[in-house]
Design a protein. Structure first.
Length: 128
C-alpha cells in the first residue's frame, strides 16, 4: 500500500477577514467530507493572534490528492479574497500533474517544499 500524502498550507488571513474565512472554510470542509472519501483529513488550525492558519490535509495516495486538487476549481482564487498563501509543505510523493495544480494555485512566489521519502508511520482511522 502506498504511503499517504500530507499537505500543509500555511496562510495569512487578511485584515478584518477572519469571520469570512471561517465561514467559507467550514462550508468547503462540509462539501469535501461528502464528496472526497479518499481525503483522510482536512482541518485548519488558527494561530493564537488570529492572523495565520495552517490547513492540514492527508490523502490516501497520489491519485486521491490529484482528485482533491482538481476538484477545487476556482475555490483557491476566491479564497484569496480572505487570505494569502505563505508556504506549502508536502510529505510524500504527489504526481507531477498535482504539483502543477498546486504551483498554479499558490503562485511562483510561494515556497513549496516536498519531503518525499517516508521513513515510518501510520494514520489511524476514526474507528481505531
Amino acid at each position: 500500500m502506498p504511503a499517504p500524502i500530507i499537505l500543509i498550507s500555511n496562510q495569512r488571513i487578511k485584515p478584518e477577514k477572519l469571520d469570512a474565512y471561517r465561514a467559507n472554510y467550514a462550508g468547503a470542509v462540509e462539501r469535501f467530507q461528502k464528496t472526497r472519501p479518499q481525503t483522510l483529513l482536512h482541518s485548519a488550525y488558527l494561530s493564537p493572534d488570529g492572523t495565520d492558519v495552517s490547513v492540514v490535509m492527508a490523502f490516501q495516495d497520489a491519485d486521491a490528492m490529484e482528485t482533491h486538487m482538481r476538484g477545487l476549481g476556482a475555490s483557491p482564487q476566491r479564497a484569496q479574497e480572505w487570505m494569502d498563501f505563505v508556504s506549502v509543505q508536502i510529505f510524500g510523493s504527489p504526481n507531477s500533474a498535482t504539483m502543477e495544480l498546486i504551483k498554479d494555485m499558490v503562485g511562483p512566489a510561494v515556497p513549496v517544499t516536498i519531503n518525499a521519502e517516508p521513513i515510518a508511520g501510520y494514520i489511524r482511522g476514526s474507528s481505531d
